[in-house]
Design a protein around this ligand. Structure first.
Ligand SMILES: C[S@@+](CC[C@H](N)C(=O)[O-])C[C@H]1O[C@@H](n2cnc3c(N)ncnc32)[C@H](O)[C@@H]1O
Length: 300
């Protein structure tokens, strides 16, 4: 069962201003709150990256996580059980495909991700972060003065509920569909309707040069019966057929749906391993079961 944090009260109607303090002890920060429950889940994710960063055996380090989570996110971390394997899986996926020639990263539902600042060894990478406007209204001021670890970063403020809009905005921000791209959609698909997810897959397919690849987590169809809601953002997207959908709607080739239980956090070696004794989470295996999925597909 997925952790379903509860956020007290309704989605905040205004950008409230309050005073907090920086992890670096650099004094008071003006802390803005995000306006939507969905964007808030992004701050919860950053809070879990903060917790992981503070461990001596951490699987990644995110020095900006404290600031990006904000006071509101730090009060309600998403949970290391999903954030540690998912973040490290995404990091490894990105590095692997960079080695193979990918030079663009698109973070679909980027939230308060800081890969553009924290990932070394990817100097030619161009990063595009796609998320709601409220996310970037809060996030961008927090990044003022920070040094990029990659070639460039662009913030694309849009809505996946408006078909086609995000892809047009991505292109307008400089994204080149001829360049092999890594697409990471971490913690996103469960918040999109079936129609919006299908539109996303279609657009990603049309923008993916050969050699491009997608990684996302997701939940099986049975999860819809569980009526999960994270801090007021309900799970409305779930399927047993993600790999088939990426193929048929997005035009992708090979793909694999990991059963989340196969992803092992190895703290002694500070890495994750895939336990191949777990079979692929095919549609037949997911039917009627609550399964968390790690899905990867490639454009061949
Ligand atoms: C659970 S958070 C994950 C954030 C980030 N990927 C991470 O792992 O830290 C989900 C993100 O998706 C974004 N999101 C959800 N629904 C969206 C929509 N309809 N349009 C744009 N962004 C959306 C939220 O604003 C939020 O930042």
């Amino acid at each position: 069962m997925l952790h379903a944090g509860s956020r007290r009260g309704p989605v905040r109607a205004a950008l409230a201003m309050c005073v907090g303090s920086s992890a670096l002890g650099s004094g008071a920060l003006n802390e803005r709150s995000v306006e939507t429950a969905h964007s808030f889940t992004g701050r919860m994710c950053a809070a879990s990256r903060l917790e992981e960063t503070r461990r001596p055996d951490s699987l990644f380090s995110d020095p900006l996580a404290y600031t990006l989570a904000g006071k509101e996110g730090r009060a309600q971390p998403m949970g290391g059980w999903i954030m540690v394997p998912r973040t490290r899986f995404g990091d490894d996926f990105l590095r692997d495909h960079y080695t193979r020639g990918a030079r663009q990263l698109v973070l679909l539902g980027a939230g308060f991700d800081a890969r553009a600042y924290r990932m070394s060894g990817l100097p030619e990478l161009r990063v595009y972060e796609v998320d709601q406007k409220t996310t970037f209204e809060v996030k961008e001021p927090l990044l003022t003065g920070e040094s990029l670890a990659v070639a460039s970063r662009a913030a694309v403020a849009t809505e996946f509920t408006r078909p086609g809009e995000w892809a047009a905005a991505l292109l307008a921000s400089g994204f080149d569909p001829a360049v092999p791209t890594v697409w990471l959609a971490e913690g996103l698909l469960m918040y999109l309707s079936a129609a919006d997810a299908a539109d996303l897959m279609k657009q990603v397919g049309q923008l993916s040069a050969r050699g491009s690849a997608v990684f996302h987590d997701a939940v099986s169809a049975e999860y819809l019966n569980a009526r999960v809601s994270v801090a007021g953002a309900p799970f409305i997207g779930a399927s047993d057929e993600y790999v088939n959908m990426w193929r048929s709607i997005g035009g992708f080739g090979s793909g694999y749906a990991h059963d989340f239980r196969a992803i092992k956090v190895d703290r002694a070696r500070r890495r994750i391993d895939v336990d191949r004794r777990w079979p692929e989470a095919t549609a037949a295996r997911c039917a009627g079961q609550q399964v968390v999925l790690f899905v990867e597909v490639e454009m061949e």
